[in-house]
Design a protein around this ligand. Structure first.
Ligand code: HEC
Length: 300
């Protein structure tokens, strides 16, 4: 019995001893990092520590111009880690398209798409890039993330934060954001203006007060145009009529409208009915129990 007890006690003791050893070993390796010491540092990958290299901005006798750093080829911008041969571009269009898009972003050759303004500085009337379904879905996603908190999912200015704002937020369904105006003080109907606002925010006329933060840090130009396209979708969805619905979907809408009307009629009848039988049993004792019952039925 005694022997057993002793074994029981040595088990945990051994375990904690080995744990302590492991700890000490780890501390030995990591604990000294960054500390000052007289000993030469331990080198685990000496070939990486000690290698021949040029230090940036340093001098050398090796090159005729005396600089360790080489000059980039004239009139070029360094781009991409791999050279783009026509073979690579044609052989893998999906891969190439993302690289080419990156290059276009880097070169910013299409100024209007990056600023939302034309060459004379006037906000563009229309989105200068192609709009397709994927773009609208991306715009919806970004709008709901970055704009809806204030402007509301429907763009009516009634987001959770927007409702708490010190003054009512504009609704994107306001006429000035939709209808063309020749008044230069009303640029809000222009896609370029909305784009500029999404990226740079709203400032007081003297430029000192930031009324709305800009979202350029979160929305690249493609996403910003997608958000504007989606704002147009929201506006359109509010102004649409039955005439805009494709014939194939009209039946579904009519059926839904009929179901809603039937449900309302049924609810109205249910509300009207309890009133009649309630009259004869209208004794003081039953009244309190009756009231909440009929109230509940009416609400449903
Ligand atoms: C933190 C709240 C907030 C968020 C988020 C926000 N906005 Fe605004 N936005 C405002 C306020 C406040 C105004 C009104 C500014 C003013 O004119 O005083 C405004 C105004 C606007 C206007 C109207 C500008 C004008 O001149 O009439 C547009 C367009 C707009 N926002 C677009 C966006 C877009 C797009 C996003 C998302 C990328 C966004 N906002 C995100 C607060 C916000």
């Amino acid at each position: 019995m005694k022997k057993r007890e002793a074994q029981h006690r040595t088990g945990p003791a051994l375990a904690s001893l080995s744990l302590a050893c492991a700890l000490a070993a780890t501390l030995g390796l990591t604990g000294c990092r960054g500390d000052r010491a007289e000993d030469p540092p331990r080198q685990f990958f000496p070939d990486m520590d000690d290698q021949q290299k040029w230090r940036p901005q340093s001098q050398t006798q090796f090159y005729a111009d005396g600089r360790s750093m080489r000059q980039p080829a004239a009139n070029t911008v360094a781009f991409s880690r791999s050279p783009m041969t026509s073979q690579m571009l044609e052989g893998n269009p999906a891969w190439a398209s993302s690289l080419l898009a990156d290059r276009a972003d880097l070169l910013r050759a299409d100024d209007a798409a990056f600023t939302g303004k034309d060459a004379s500085g006037v906000y563009l009337e229309k989105i200068p890039v192609a709009v397709d379904r994927a773009m609208l879905e991306r715009g919806q996603n970004r709008f709901n993330i970055y704009c809806a908190a204030c402007h509301g999912m429907a763009g009516d200015g009634k987001g959770m934060v927007g409702q708490q704002w010190s003054y009512p937020l504009p609704t994107f369904h306001d006429d000035k954001y939709i209808t063309r105006s020749e008044d230069p003080n009303i640029p809000q109907w222009r896609d370029g203006y909305l784009f500029h606002t999404a990226r740079n925010g709203v400032w007081s006329p003297d430029g000192t007060q930031n009324k709305m933060p800009g979202y350029a840090h979160a929305l690249n130009v493609h996403d910003a145009w997608a958000v504007i396209a989606y704002i147009r979708v929201l506006q359109e969805s509010h102004r649409g009529t039955k005439g805009d619905v494709p014939a194939a979907q009209l039946a579904t809408i009519d059926a839904a409208a009929k179901a809603a009307a039937d449900a309302k009629a049924a609810a109205d009848t249910a509300k009207a009915q309890p009133a009649a039988p309630a009259a004869p049993t209208d004794t003081p004792a039953e009244k309190p129990a009756d009231k909440p019952e009929s109230g509940k039925g009416g609400a449903q």
